[in-house]
Design a protein around this ligand. Structure first.
Ligand code: OFO
Length: 171
């Protein structure tokens, strides 16, 4: 069972996850527009990941007898600068999401809602992975520097990112 405060906070998180999905879709389009199809693919896979993050919350609220409330998703930017600037923005966004997950865990603890504390552990671990992925790509971009060939090698590597698996989709 979810209390009202917890339900509202989880609904806010659905909105953040769906905004993440929208933001990465905008980054995918931008990558494509600057001739980086591998980056574009990487962000498209990320869009699917974020939708899963949102849907897990959606399913959890329903299973707990709560009421899902879908809110307006704000418009993402269209321009993201250099690939390095774009990944720095990605990392900053993930750090923001990590803080919001930590706040949700704090709230669930203060509401003595152990079920939600336990449900959120998946997100706590997922955020370590999300930040790690971005940091890894930022390091590769640092190494590539101004070298166009190294950037296209990285683009080819990002083109190989696999879609999320079914397991990730279930709660
Ligand atoms: Fe990128 O982890 Fe969800 O938002």
């Amino acid at each position: 069972m979810l209390n009202e405060k917890m339900e509202e906070a989880l609904n806010e998180q659905i909105n953040r996850e769906l905004y993440s999905s929208y933001l990465y879709l905008a980054m995918s389009a931008y990558s494509s527009s600057i001739g980086l199809p591998g980056f574009s693919h990487w962000f498209k896979v990320q869009v699917r990941e974020e939708t899963i993050h949102g849907m897990k919350l959606f399913d959890y609220i329903n299973r707990q007898g709560g009421r899902v409330k879908l809110k307006e998703i704000k418009e993402p930017p269209m321009e993201f600068g250099t690939p390095m600037e774009m990944f720095q923005k990605t990392l900053q966004h993930e750090q923001f999401v990590t803080r919001s997950i930590n706040d949700l865990v704090d709230l669930a603890r203060s509401e003595k809602d152990e079920t939600t504390v336990s449900f959120l552990q998946w997100y706590v671990k997922e955020q370590v992975e999300e930040e790690e992925n971005d940091n890894e790509i930022i390091d590769k971009l640092k190494n590539a520097g101004e070298n166009k060939e190294a950037l296209s090698t990285l683009d080819a590597e990002l083109a190989k990112r696999l879609p999320p698996n079914d397991e990730e989709e279930s709660i």
